[in-house]
Design a protein around this ligand. Structure first.
Ligand code: SF4
Length: 215
């Protein structure tokens, strides 16, 4: 993390300062605000109130949960896809079956919320956004079921798979002390900003530049 001195020198703020100054929207923080179409935004504050399209409050909340869960799942699955692509590998078939406890796999299978084919989870990510669009799925319980399905996809086809592949390729991460963030920027040097969440570009940089000169 950047030191207080560096933050002040660069005239910027850090996350904890911005969070302390932020007054969260009392409607949005409960999930009662829907912005899924241009007839809104609709604020469904009372339990019996409906959005302009007729969406109940439960539906609005469930759709909001599904949409932000799907955003997270798409990021993690994208991450796994990038490393598969980097290693020239295909998605493993039945990955959830191989990794999940049997009793959970059976439960999820009974509920019909398992992707079973390679790449099917990407179709599910698309479908989750589709059915939470205005006028598609009006059953909030079904939407909540989809939230669980997207959670399985996120966990197994995203985080689990990406972590397993990275550990195999680069070894398990070790905790090290180092300089990072704004604190390492130096106007007298070439500064290359690397997204460290995916180790492939970092490993490539280490292979192609003299290590001693990398901070
Ligand atoms: S989808 Fe329905 S509840 Fe959401 S903004 Fe549109 S009209 Fe309002």
């Amino acid at each position: 993390m950047a030191s207080k001195k560096e933050v002040e020198k660069n005239n910027c703020t850090i996350i904890s300062e911005r969070a302390a100054q932020m007054q969260p929207c009392p409607i949005g923080s409960k999930g009662f605000c829907c912005k899924n179409c241009l007839m809104g935004p609709c604020r469904v504050c009372a339990p019996e109130q409906k959005g302009v399209c007729g969406a109940s409050r439960a539906l609005v909340v469930a759709r909001n949960v599904l949409r932000f869960s799907t955003g997270g799942a798409s990021a993690h699955c994208g991450h796994a896809y990038h490393i598969l692509d980097y290693l020239n590998l295909k998605y493993p078939v039945d990955y959830v079956k191989k990794k999940a406890p049997d009793y959970l796999y059976k439960l999820w299978d009974d509920l019909g919320i398992l992707p079973k084919f390679s790449y099917e989870h990407f179709k599910d990510i698309s479908e989750a956004i589709h059915l939470s669009t205005m006028g598609v799925d009006s059953d909030w319980e079904d939407i909540i079921k989809w939230c669980i399905k997207i959670g399985i996809i996120d966990g197994y086809y995203g985080m689990y798979l990406a972590t397993e592949l990275e550990d195999k390729k680069f070894g398990k991460p070790k905790i090290k002390k180092g300089e990072l963030n704004l604190g390492v920027l130096d106007e007298s040097k070439v500064n290359i900003a690397i997204h460290g969440h995916e180790p492939m570009p970092v490993s490539y940089t280490h292979l192609t530049l003299p290590t001693k000169r990398i901070v």
